[in-house]
Design a protein around this ligand. Structure first.
Ligand SMILES: [Zn+2]
Length: 129
């Protein structure tokens, strides 16, 4: 049996290969391409996080029992993205969220001494069209 990190790395590599580079791509096409590496509950907001180039791994993965988080970046002036993976009922890793760093508080959750209301103080997951 593979070590958990190896199984996760293979799913992560496929996400990097298949992730959209344009925000104009139809959600249905992205879901079809991702296939079984996307969790059933991967939300529409995650699919709108288009990378402006090939994503690369910045950190991680942080491995929890049933979830893993990996920081990704397309480099340049792009904000980093936090990819969250969850294990499905068979124990396979699936992408469950892709969140861009908040452009207001840059991930701190605090803006101007107050809780950031753009990202609900989470620091992640803001999608400005
Ligand atoms: Zn924020």
């Amino acid at each position: 049996m593979d070590k958990p990190s190896e199984a996760l790395e293979s799913v992560l590599e496929r996400v990097i290969d298949l992730w959209p580079r344009s925000s104009s791509e139809a959600e249905v096409d992205i879901r079809r391409r991702l296939g079984d590496i996307a969790a059933a509950d991967l939300d529409s907001a995650s699919l709108k996080v288009a990378a402006k180039g090939r994503l690369r791994i910045v950190s991680g993965p942080i491995l929890l029992k049933h979830a893993a988080k990996v920081l990704l970046s397309a480099g340049g002036d792009c904000l980093p993205c936090l990819a969250t993976f969850a294990k499905d009922e068979h124990g396979s890793w699936r992408l469950s969220a892709m969140e861009e760093q908040c452009a207001v508080c840059f991930g701190s959750g605090i803006n101007d001494g107050q809780l950031c209301d753009m990202c609900f103080a989470t620091g992640w997951g803001v999608h400005i069209d």
